[in-house]
Design a protein around this ligand. Structure first.
Ligand code: FE2
Length: 208
């Protein structure tokens, strides 16, 4: 993965050695090294650290998710949905995420709209097997923090088992093209406000 911070990807990240072993999580230092080191900001213990995971959908939330599900079935793109600020309040909900996942395509994906703060970035990935043969139609899941290092709009982390992974506000699914490539347009994340972990993208690849 390489990007120039201006929304112009300049290279590829090769998930070599993935083979066909199911999920591979590429996260932490390797991905973070590309992005650069996080700001050296240490916050004191903060009430903002933990956000509660989504609970039972309210009528309004259910209505929004139903609207999204219907729109996707009728051909509206995942990028259009994810860029639409009206749906941001329901990004953390499992049913919303499943709808996005089940409609993933090979088209370049945008996962946030113009109102999302942060420097624009393009994440380009290439999925290959151990022999270097491109793997088409692999499902890629990407999630990351906001420009202030938060996974939720209410806290740094989501307080649940694998809460950030399950409920990150900024996320998307995309499939690899016949040449194994995929592209996701988003923002540069920031490191967690209370730690030394550099800014990073979480990338998971499902191959079957
Ligand atoms: Fe993380």
């Amino acid at each position: 993965m390489a990007e120039d911070g201006l929304g112009r990807g300049s290279g590829d990240e090769t998930a070599s050695g993935v083979g066909r072993r199911g999920f591979l999580q590429l996260s932490g230092v390797a991905a973070a090294a590309v992005i650069g080191w996080a700001r050296d900001v240490r916050a004191q213990a903060s009430p903002d650290k933990w956000a509660t995971p989504p609970g039972v959908e309210t009528f309004q939330e259910a209505t929004l998710i139903d609207e999204v599900t219907k729109a996707l079935r009728e051909g509206v793109s995942c990028s259009s949905v994810l860029r639409d600020d009206r749906y941001m309040p329901v990004h953390a909900f499992p049913r919303f995420r499943e709808a996005i996942k089940s409609h993933a395509t090979t088209a370049p994906l945008s996962i946030c709209g113009d109102s999302e703060p942060g420097e624009r970035a393009s994440v380009r990935l290439l999925v290959q097997d151990a022999a270097g043969t491109p793997i088409p139609n692999a499902l890629i899941y990407l999630y990351h923090t906001s420009s202030k290092g938060w996974y939720s709009d209410r806290g740094y982390h989501v307080q649940a088992n694998a809460g950030d992974e399950k409920h990150s506000r900024l996320f998307g699914y995309v499939r690899t093209a016949p040449n194994g490539a995929a592209e996701i347009n988003t923002i540069r994340p920031a490191g967690y406000p209370d730690g030394d972990l550099p800014a990073h993208y979480h990338v998971e690849v499902l191959v079957w």
